[in-house]
Ligand binder design. Structure first.
Ligand code: KG4
Ligand code: ZN
Length: 373
């Protein structure tokens, strides 16, 4: 049996994953033996927050240059930590989109170089599939399960039917919730990333003082909108400043609490609707998983857990380091694709937009972290 046959059939696969679609440069090694839980042998993530701190968002050119400079170093670190050489791998998986094109290109070029030099198989991975397949890496979930991706760049409900079939039930038509948290923080003079700070302020605030809108709850389906909420917050802030020439600490806490409650209400109600659609498929083991930085928010997490409990679906939230951008999810998605026959070659292209569910209507808007698929 030659090494390619061994890899195709082999019950144990070890993949390098490469991720560079936004502002995290990442490389990881994941090993999986059929029937066992996967093992993350290493997972290196080098963030770029400091590089973009003065610009109010990710600057694509700066991100691309940083990825190009750091990627091979990240790969080396991932191999060293795993105690492996390239020759001991079974394949290389790389994010081929969607994302900021300069960064995606850096990763794809590196993966092509590595596979050309070693003869290892190359597997291109959709970044969103990486997020969406993570509950199988962490909790061995069976298809179909319902996913909510909720971060600074993503917000969508997906039913994961198989490794390569995802049904999008709805998503944001403008900002992602993490982006709205970050903008709220900025409007109230809090540092970035704003989510954790807004949550901390909200804990001491009165969520009922300001009547913020619950956008799109009056519209059927699972689409969401968060940009109007930010405008409502801006108006409330400016009204207070006009009245009393400034904001008190309590004003800020109440504004944060009101904003957070509105986001939580919208996500909870839309999750209820998405679950109803999902449960109509009669899954044998109903399961809901949330991924993305916003899943760290305790109120939002608790609300989603309650909705799941009320509807008889098990609730999963992978550890945060695997919910936020990382390369272990890309290595894992590569293994999953490879096992189901997925392969790429030197013609693999980097795609700025790449919807997981090509049959769903395109989402509008483009957040600070690049195009949303
Ligand atoms: O998944 P992530 O690390 O990166 C991408 O956006 O891809 O998510 C980061 C986002 C930021 O917008 C951050 O403000 C938000 O997640 N976030 C939170 C919390 N922690 C992080 N939002 C609300 N509450 C939190 N505790
Ligand atoms: Zn992501």
């Amino acid at each position: 049996m030659d090494s390619n046959q061994r890899r195709t059939m082999g019950d144990s696969l070890t993949f390098l994953g490469i991720e560079s679609s936004c502002d995290d440069t990442a490389a990881a090694i994941v090993r999986h033996r059929v029937g066992d839980a996967a093992e993350i042998l290493s997972s290196i993530v080098e963030g770029q927050t400091a590089l973009h701190a003065n610009f109010g968002g990710v600057v694509p050119e700066i991100a691309a240059r940083a990825h190009a400079e750091r990627l091979d170093h990240c790969v080396e670190r991932a191999l060293t930590e795993a105690g492996l050489s390239l020759a001991q791998l079974d394949g290389v998986a790389v994010t081929a989109g969607p994302g900021l094109i300069g960064g995606v290109l850096s990763g794809v070029m590196l993966a092509k170089g590595l596979t050309a030099a070693t003869g290892l198989p190359l597997v291109g991975v959709n970044h969103l599939a990486g997020h969406a397949l993570t509950p199988r890496l962490t909790d061995q979930l069976s298809f179909p399960y319902l996913m909510l991706l909720v971060s600074g760049g993503h917000c969508q409900f997906l039913i994961a039917h198989s490794v390569d079939r995802f049904e999008r039930l709805g998503g944001t038509i403008d900002d992602a919730p993490g982006e709205a948290f970050d903008k709220t923080a900025k409007l109230l003079g809090l540092a970035q990333p704003g989510g954790p700070l807004v949550e901390a302020e909200a804990r001491q605030g009165n969520a009922k003082r300001f009547a913020f809108p619950r956008p799109l709850l009056d519209r059927a389906g699972c689409d969401m909108s968060f940009s109007g909420l930010k405008t409502a917050l801006l108006r409330a802030r400016d009204a207070l400043i006009a009245e009393q020439a400034g904001l008190t600490l309590q004003d800020r806490r109440d504004l944060c609490a009101g904003f957070q409650a509105a986001v939580a209400d919208v996500l909870a109600e839309k999750t209820r609707r998405a679950l109803a659609t999902y449960l109509a498929h009669s899954p044998a083991e109903p399961a809901f998983a949330v991924a993305g930085g916003v899943a760290a928010n305790r109120l939002i997490r608790a609300r989603l857990e309650t909705v799941c409990a009320e509807n008889g679906a098990a609730f999963y939230a992978p550890p945060l380091r695997l919910c936020t951008d990382n390369a272990a999810m890309i290595a894992w998605a590569g293994i999953e694709r490879f096992r189901s026959g997925g392969r790429d070659d030197a013609t693999l292209s980097a795609r700025p937009r790449w919807p997981l569910d090509a049959s769903a209507a395109p989402l509008l808007g483009s957040g600070k972290k690049g195009a949303k698929a």
